[in-house]
Ligand binder design. Structure first.
Ligand SMILES: Cc1ncc(COP(=O)(O)O)c(C=O)c1O
Length: 401
């Protein structure tokens, strides 16, 4: 740890609110899957800013697009047309198969918040009396009040009550529970195709197809929160595309501009025109600089074939983790899609494993006491996975031995 680390920690303690228990490292730069600290230490990044830096750090095309547009024009607001905004919306619509309209926000929580507003507005137009949103237990949709109310994790909600009303939580992968919950007061069902913050829990094909059928039968919107699963993280451009299910609304953020702050939601059919002038807005959303970066991100993801790469690397990672589970008995479950992978450890040592991994140059994320989550940049290949696995093998032996 360098001198700059000590100074930065002191400043952070004095001036930044303590909402995060930060890890003891000061990252100063990165390239691809590698991060570097202020003392020259090199790390392999298996977190990618919580699934945001899908192309890897300091991607030259994204940097160039941002710098070029920043030198021309950064911000004029949504009162005016700018370059790159509609083009980026078209690019995301095309990734979704075409025919979608987009609203630009600045984060995942805002994307979800807007999608909820859209569902309520759509309810007033197409299903009078419907305003509720059904979401899943263990889901995560963000930290703003409505997104928090949608989140199916009571521990995160407790201190902030009363939360906005109109949210109903049902168990994941239980189609009978969803069937019972969706009535004439429900405007939308919102799901993560793979629950991320809850511990990497995929929904089944039967459940997704059942949810689509129930929404169709009861004239209810299906919202896919693809904030974490989007932009080739799980293989296809969006996780729902691995199934024969198309949502009505999709929330996106994280990897859309390779780690720069952007979010948004897209809708098709009558939902695409539900929000009218004056219904919703954002000062910064859809600015030309961030949208230029978003366009460069999508172009590079598509040109680099990162969907196939994520699927292949993810299968290799899962295979190696399953072999480690068999060899050690210290892992009870390996699951995920593409390069969004979670494991359950048989002992509550996930935080300890992540701490030791950082000391050995591997950036890892633990969720709760027993879950490790792997979200590397999609440039991750077999060599990096082999390094991860040999480090993990040593750490598990040390922690449990
Ligand atoms: C599925 C999902 N939705 C929403 C969010 C909130 O995104 P943000 O932190 O950008 O507000 C997250 C963040 O992890 C997420 O994983």
């Amino acid at each position: 740890m360098g001198v700059r680390y000590d100074a930065e920690v002191a400043l952070d303690r004095e001036f930044v609110m303590g909402t995060y228990a930060r890890k003891p490292v000061l990252f100063t730069h990165g390239e691809g899957m590698r991060l570097y600290d202020d003392d020259g230490g090199e790390y392999l990044d298996f977190v990618s800013g919580i699934g945001a830096v899908n192309l890897g750090h300091a991607h030259p095309a994204v940097t160039a697009a941002l710098a070029e547009q920043a030198a021309k024009l950064v911000h004029v607001s949504n009162l005016f047309y700018v370059e790159h905004r509609a083009e980026l919306a078209r690019d995301v619509s095309e990734l979704l198969g075409g025919g979608w309209k987009m609203f630009f926000a600045n984060s995942g929580a805002e994307a979800v918040e807007g999608a909820i507003k859209l569902a309520r507005r759509w309810g007033t137009q197409h299903k009078p009396g419907a305003y509720k949103v059904v979401t899943l237990e263990r889901s995560f949709h963000g930290r703003t009040l409505a997104a928090l109310a949608a989140t199916g994790q009571p521990s995160k909600q407790e201190a902030f009550k009363p939360l906005p009303e109109g949210f109903v939580h049902v168990p994941a992968n239980d189609i009978a529970a969803l069937d019972a919950a969706v009535d004439e007061t429900v405007a939308a069902v919102m799901i993560e195709v793979v629950q991320g913050e809850g511990g990497v829990w995929p929904l089944t094909a039967e459940y997704l197809e059942g949810a689509r059928r129930i929404c169709d039968e009861r004239r209810t919107l299906l919202i896919a929160d693809e904030v974490q699963t989007g932009f080739f993280r799980t293989g296809p451009a969006f996780a729902h595309q691995a199934f024969s299910v198309t949502p009505d609304v999709v929330a996106v953020a994280k990897a859309l501009a390779n780690g720069l702050p952007i979010g948004g939601f897209l809708a098709r059919g009558d939902a695409a025109d539900a929000l009218q002038p004056g219904d919703h807005g954002s000062t910064f959303g859809g600015g030309p600089a961030i949208c230029a970066a978003g366009r460069a991100t999508i172009a590079a993801l598509v040109a680099g074939g990162f969907g196939n790469r994520a699927a292949e690397a993810g299968a290799y990672l899962c295979g190696r983790l399953e072999a480690l589970a068999d060899a050690t008995g210290e892992i009870s479950d390996v699951r995920g899609a593409g390069l969004m992978v979670g494991v359950t450890l048989t002992r509550p040592v996930a935080a300890q494993v992540a701490t030791l991994a950082l000391e050995l140059g591997i950036v890892l994320n633990s969720i709760g006491a027993d879950t490790l989550r792997f979200l590397p940049p999609l440039v991750c290949g077999k060599d990096e996975i082999d390094t991860l696995l040999s480090t993990l093998t040593n750490i598990l032996a040390e922690v449990t031995g």
